[in-house]
Design a protein around this ligand. Sequence first.
Ligand code: NAD
Length: 516
Amino acid sequence: MPEQEPFMRAPTPAPKRTVYTDAMQIFHRAADLINLPPRVRLELEEPDYEHIFYVTVRLRDRLVPISADAARAFADLPATKLRNPDGLEPLADGKYILNGRALLGSDVAIRNGHLRLPNGNVYQLVVGESRRFKSYRVQHNQARGPYKGGVRYHHEVSLDLFKALAAEMTWKTAIAEIPFGGAKGGIAIDPRQYGKEELESITLRFMYKLKNLIGPNIDIPAPDVGTNSEIMALMYRQYSDGERERHHLRGIVTGKDVRIGGSEGRNKATGQGVAYCIEDYYTEKGESVRGKTFILQGFGNVGSATGEILASMGARLLAVNDAEGTIYNGDGIDVPALLAYVQDPKNLKRSVAGFPGARRIERSDLWEVSADMLIPAALGGEITADVAERLKVKLIAEGANGPTTPEADKVISRRGIDLIPDIIANAGGVTVSYYEWIQNKRMESWTEAEVNQKLEHAMKKNYRMIRDIARNRPRRTEMHDSRPLCIGQPVDTRCAAMILALKRIAAHYQLEGFSQ
Ligand code: NAD
């Protein structure tokens, strides 16, 4: 035998640790425990498809504030008298979009591309340029049904993150027992830096490129961080405009406004699902949500809905933070008043910061507030091992996707803090998305009471399955049968949830086999 070339003997490098490898640790643990067949494991280990594409748009002209120092050179510049102040669209970063005829007919004084607004500040006029945005759609698995998952508009996204979030959707749809697979995608963009019409152009262009890859029976997007029912409406229009059977295409996106085919209850569904899990958790202990205290991270769609529902059930919100600030009130924060404050159009950052019914605390102090529950409802990776050591709560219900790192998981379990993992806790959103999709297919519209009744049943039934697997408590009740799912030994709740997902997905491969 000739001696091998040296490069052939190089040791295989250790796989790099990424958000995706972190997220998949629990998959591998559960797969080992149930002896998942190797080919099924290979199928699920990586996504079916990873799409990366680019969206280009022409931005509007902007007025960009300049520093006080730079403004001194314009001390004698008179203020521009605006005829049409509504044409100026304020952005969260202090800039203004100059829409259409904002300056038309106004008494404009511009010097070296600068002008002074009636508010007294000097701005540089920056002419709109074309810009390119990196966009993604990861389709992880469709063994159980069409790909399903949200669209995220955020500046900190990556292929790796979308792979992790898409895989989470595969597990979640299986746990929720709805006939979908998993997907996720979005655009690397901070939406707060763009005007309404710019976001419309970006969204339309995004859907224009996405159209080839998705469909109401292929892959169905929904809102996620930075997107909402307005963005879904634009996506629906772009997908269906000019199609002969336009109204049969309503199910192309879920999370739409109820007036255009959305489902009653969808807006609050994720928070409602978190609340149903928490309620069931306390019911099993013979306790009630009433009188319990909680802290929240994130006050967007999921955080605010969870907060509102828990407060209406008699729980007290002690502290909440978002990207802009953290607030605390030991007597309890008035959640409806906080929501009105955040949604006030004058609150450009949509932030809890400055809410008069609470006092400001440091961001990191949130974790040390003593309460019964913590509901993370912001971004992933926020509960690190260090944070987990400092927590003074008894239960964590994960409203956000992937908020807890694998190291933090170990600390949480060592410290005896109970956990309702994301793939069940926040499955309410996708479950009601499924109801919306069915209503669209049937051209029906259900009442909020019908939706919530079905949602409550689905959430509690599947959460009970997970607790039975965790405790190795095979049983049959009126609501559920966990006998085929328990594995003969107790496991932690996160692992139990993954076992439930994998058993349901694996059944498809085992019974249907593989196309060659
Ligand atoms: P959103 O954009 O409506 O709100 C996000 C919130 O997080 C905002 O309040 C924002 O200020 C806050 N935030 C951002 N960065 C932060 C930081 N560093 N520290 C503290 N707060 C921060 O998004 P959403 O739809 O409410 O989603 C929140 C989480 O829930 C995400 O992890 C998302 O994937 C998950 N989720 C959403 C849905 C849904 O139906 N919208 C369903 C399931 C899971």
